[in-house]
Write a protein of this length. Structure first.
Length: 238
């Protein structure tokens, strides 16, 4: 599928007009079409009307919390990549953002080149998902991952996953039995080599375990490999 105008459209949700202007300039220099919103209500209207391919969402908004906007956005569009932005560097904010469905979390002051690189990585990943699904179904003991339809089932019941959670699960399951370092996971899923807190990967893993493991505290599928990363079970159905 060719890259269209809509596949390069970014919605910037930021109350500070000077920050919006800086982001707009950086994005337009890289060929993005930019749509702006200064609050949560406007952001949700823009999501409905413009269908952006990436959303940059500030945590602190004048009319509502950015976290609440993310939750509502996920009801409208469960797959559009969402990168949350904040001046606060508290770990709890990053954890909450990822747990409610954001794909990424960056702190201010923004490093604009890095931000644009992250956006490009999410778009590249989305294009690859459309272009390649050579293994349409990955089946394990009580877990089935339908790669083409992007749906996951546990004991025949569908499991709701975010965009990033599905990509991460598919990558791990496609490499079942292999030890994957955090660096390899990062480069394969997020697609960029900028430093990232390991907590981002670990929070997504923790969320996945809650959804697919019968006992998240004693995981069967996603196993930690101390000092390296993670390994997905290679046990297939009998």
């Amino acid at each position: 599928m060719a890259v269209s105008e809509s596949s390069r459209r970014v919605l910037v949700v930021e109350p500070d007009s000077s920050v919006r202007r800086e982001i707009r300039q950086a994005c337009e220099q890289d060929g993005y079409q930019v749509v702006e919103a200064d609050g949560g209500s406007d952001a949700l209207r823009q999501v409905e009307s413009t269908r952006p391919s990436v959303v940059l969402l500030e945590v602190t908004l004048p009319d509502t919390a950015g976290f609440d906007v993310c939750r509502e956005l996920r009801k409208v569009d469960p797959v559009v990549p969402v990168i949350m932005m904040s001046s606060r560097s508290d770990e709890i904010d990053a954890v909450v953002a990822l747990e409610i469905g954001a794909d990424d979390y960056v702190t201010k002051p923004l490093r604009l080149r890095e931000l644009v690189a992250r956006m490009a990585a999410h778009l590249r990943r989305a294009r690859l998902e459309n272009a390649e699904a050579s293994r349409s179904r990955l089946e394990f003991r009580d877990l089935v991952i339908d790669v083409n339809e992007r749906r996951t089932y546990k004991n025949s019941h569908e499991v709701e996953l975010t965009h990033t959670e599905f990509d991460l699960l598919t990558f791990l399951a496609s490499n079942a039995g292999k030890v994957l370092s955090r660096e390899k996971i990062l480069n394969s899923i997020w697609g960029y080599e900028y430093p990232i807190e390991t907590r981002v990967i670990d929070v997504h893993i923790r969320n996945l375990r809650r959804k697919i493991e019968s006992q998240p505290s004693r995981p069967y599928y996603i196993l930690a490999v101390p000092g390296i990363g993670y390994r997905f079970t290679n046990a297939r159905p009998a």
